[in-house]
Structures are given as C-alpha cells and as structure tokens.
Design a protein around this ligand. Structure first.
Ligand SMILES: [Mn+2]
Length: 277
C-alpha cells in the first residue's frame, strides 16, 4: 500500500496503526525524523489560539486517540510532554501513531522528550517497550527519539517540559543542551518535591529539587507557570505555579490535560483549564 493512502486510513481509523508492516513503519519513522531535524530543542508557541498539554501517556494509546479526536484542529497546538512508551499495553501503537501525527501536522503537534524515550544512555526498569524490540528496531527508535525537543515556551508566561528546570543562565540555553549532560538529565529525569530547598539529592538516579530552586530558575527564565509530567500523583506545587499532568491509565483512570489560552497572561494554574479525559 502506498504510504500516503495508508496515512489517510490511519488518520481516519487510528487502530489501523497496528497493521503497519515493518517497511511502512520504517518509512513513517524516516518522515518523522525529517520533521524533527528542523525543530530546535526549545520550541516557541505563538501568542494566539490555544495550546493543549498532555502528560505521560505511557503506552495508553486510547488516551492519545482520545486527546486527538477532542483537541486537534481549530488551530490548537497539541503538546505532549514525553514518556510515550513502557508501562501501558500499547506502546508501539502509541509511538507510531504520534510519529504519524507529527509528520502530518508538524506545526500543530509537538512531542517533547521524556526519560522513557532514551533507554540506551540511562537504563531504567521496567522498560517493556525497549526490551521487546529486536536490535535493529531498538537502534532505530533510539536514533529517532534522541532527536525530540526538550521544552516549549509561550510568550504568556508558560514553560513546559518533562521533568525539572535546568540550571542555566537563560532560557534559550536549552537549545544548546547535549544528550547525556547534567542539564539534560535534569530536564528528563528531574523531580520536584513539596519542600523548601534547592538540590535535595538524587533518588535512584532522579535528581530532586525543592521550592527555592524552582522559584530561582523561574525568575531567571522570566516565567510564571511550569507545566510538566513525569511524577504521577504529584499535587500542584509552589503557590499554584508548578502543574504536573499525568494522562495514562497505566497509573490512574483519571487522565488529566491542561488547556492554555495563549493570548492571555498566565500567572498560576488558576488561569488555565484542567480537564480529565
Ligand atoms: Mn518520566
């Protein structure tokens, strides 16, 4: 089947993604790679329209389909915060469908990197998606997902990424972050804890940060609200300025997303809409 026809069929009926042959899958990944090559590590959202933020989907293909059918269109920007694979039952379908969406709507769909997108550099357990791949596919997904961007900024005061804020002089330094660096580990592995303090040590390879660190970096970056994911069951922290979303039934049936009016100044979580899907 020619790729274009196949793409159209899957966009109409996403479950068809499970029927991809290895060859079709490869052509899809190549296409996504071409799109990602043009993106900076720090993405910029416009100052009009709406952005919808989605937390970890973790193999919950149903969550992704649900989000797309509800929110893609009307010029909405749809931002996924990483961790597309492992834990849930349909990692392959989830990541391939997201690859198809990114290649089809490169200006509307944004896929950030989570720690589960990079298994080769920092191993973790369990990693059922990665363990299920043969060597060739493991290398293929590793090469592709290492190209994902790291953060999204909007002119209305919002910053979004997977884990924690990197300690850098200015926000635009995120564009220069290398895979494997300390700043990279902070972004994709970092946790925020509901306590005072700056760096609170490491917990099984996850750097832990407190309120004082959060306030300092947000002020330095001139940002009001951070939207992130990575830690299921984390409350809204730091005077309603740090929102953690989780959108995978692998953890909780309550899958949350956030809708941000890009034309309006956002100071805290109270200025956006949180929905469950
Ligand atoms: Mn994570």
């Amino acid at each position: 089947m020619p790729p274009q026809k196949l793409k159209e069929e899957i966009l109409k009926d996403p479950d068809q993604i499970a029927t991809l042959t290895r060859e079709d899958g490869e052509s899809l990944l190549r296409e996504m790679e071409g799109v990602l090559a043009k993106e900076p590590k720090l993405l910029q959202l416009p100052s009009s329209g709406y952005a919808v933020f989605i937390g970890d989907t973790h193999g919950d293909f149903d969550a992704t389909k649900n989000v797309i059918s509800r929110y893609l269109g009307s010029n909405n920007k749809v931002v996924f915060l990483g961790d597309y694979v492992d834990r849930g039952p349909q990692s392959m379908e989830n990541i391939n469908y997201l690859a198809l969406l990114k290649s089809t709507y490169p200006e509307d769909i944004f896929l950030l990197m989570g720690n589960h997108e990079v298994h080769e550099l920092i191993n973790f357990y369990p990693a059922d998606f990665w363990w299920g791949l043969d060597r060739e596919l493991y290398d293929r997904y590793t090469a592709l997902l290492a190209k994902l961007p790291l953060a999204v900024t909007a002119p209305n005061g919002v910053l979004a990424l997977h884990g924690a804020l990197p300690d850098m002089k200015k926000l635009s330094d995120i564009d220069k972050i290398n895979l494997g660096s300390e700043e990279w580990v902070t972004i994709i592995w970092g946790d925020f804890q509901n306590s005072r303090g700056r760096f609170l040590g490491g917990y099984v390879g996850r750097p832990q940060f407190g309120r004082d660190y959060f306030n300092e970096i947000m002020q330095r970056f001139d940002k009001n609200l951070l939207i992130r994911s990575h830690q299921p069951f984390t409350p809204i922290l730091y005077d309603n300025r740090c929102l953690t979303l989780f959108t995978s039934s692998a953890y909780s049936p309550l899958r949350t997303i956030a809708i941000v009016d890009l034309a309006k100044e956002i100071k805290t979580v109270d200025d956006l809409i949180i929905e469950t899907i």
